[in-house]
Design a protein. Structure first.
Length: 284
């Protein structure tokens, strides 16, 4: 078991006084058999009335409601987690899904249908040609090997770039530019997996990078694929590998743009400036 401390600071500065609308906060890591929250503290300035719920994906969502006007909004999250996913390759795949291609069971097909929605025809054609250079249908291959190959190809053939602007690049943009951010790579991987007939979803969270633990970092994104017998398994095309103990998931979604850490509104004529600081460190 490893312990990590995550500090996430978000500052919105406004050029004039504004009234804040409800802010939707996706900052609490997803708990399960492989991740436990030891402590969690969420603070805002101005003070807010916070309500918690789980959304349709099972993500913990905090809704912050404000009653006072302000020229600055501060949201601070401090969490200590226990991470047990130290052997990410220690899983068993159902016999019928060991080799690709395979078909999901009827029950799984119904539940997984939102995660298998294909991209538009132009994107499908682009991805099918891209996949053809990685795997050809005549080749016998294990499902995990193929998925790992897709992630590794993105890592080795595309250039990672930090993008501060919101949103996710399209598959066409990422492949034509030959570069993208972690969320762009995650979307590319997701859509390629769907073209293979498999279920995939987007994951936002944090990544522990030991060489950068003392520096200001950012949130991270990767993808999960549903493998019968093994369940949802994470793949990170930004590093070209399966997700392990250094990945800390916060929210999942079938849509890459649906799980920003903070989203909300304000009323007023002011312009806003955003500053974010994220630190992930080993905690002893």
């Amino acid at each position: 078991m490893k312990r990590y401390k995550i500090i996430h600071r978000t500052y919105y500065n406004y050029t004039d006084t504004v009234m804040l609308g409800a802010q939707h906060l996706l900052l609490r890591p997803r708990e399960g058999h492989d991740l436990r929250i030891e402590s969690f503290e969420l603070k805002t300035s101005p003070d807010a009335k916070i309500y918690w719920h789980r959304d349709v994906e099972g993500n913990s969502v905090a809704i912050a409601n404000f009653s006072n006007s302000t020229q600055q909004l501060t949201i601070e999250s401090d969490v200590i987690i226990q991470q047990y996913n130290e052997s990410p390759l220690d899983f068993i795949v159902a016999d019928y899904a060991i080799n690709y291609p395979f078909s999901y069971s009827k029950g799984d097909l119904f539940s997984l249908s939102p995660y298998r929605v294909l991209p538009d025809q132009k994107t499908r054609e682009l991805l099918n040609n891209w996949i053809f250079n990685i795997w050809k249908s005549a080749e016998q291959v294990q499902t995990y090997t193929l998925l790992q190959r897709l992630a590794k190809t993105i890592y080795t053939t595309l250039t990672y770039k930090v993008r501060e602007e919101p949103g996710v690049q399209s598959v066409e943009q990422t492949l034509s530019l030959g570069s993208g951010s972690c969320r762009d790579f995650a979307l590319l991987f997701m859509e390629a997996v769907k073209c293979l007939g498999l279920a995939s979803r987007f994951v936002s969270g944090y990544l522990y990078a030991p060489l950068m633990s003392n520096q200001v970092g950012s949130t991270h994104a990767w993808a999960e694929v549903y493998i019968p017998g093994a369940g949802w398994k994470g793949f990170d095309p930004t590093i070209g590998d399966i997700v392990g103990t250094d990945h800390i998931p916060v929210a999942v979604s079938r849509l890459a743009e649906a799980v920003p850490p903070i989203s909300g509104s304000y009323a007023g004529f002011a312009k806003s400036k955003l500053d974010v600081g994220v630190w992930v460190s080993a905690y002893i």
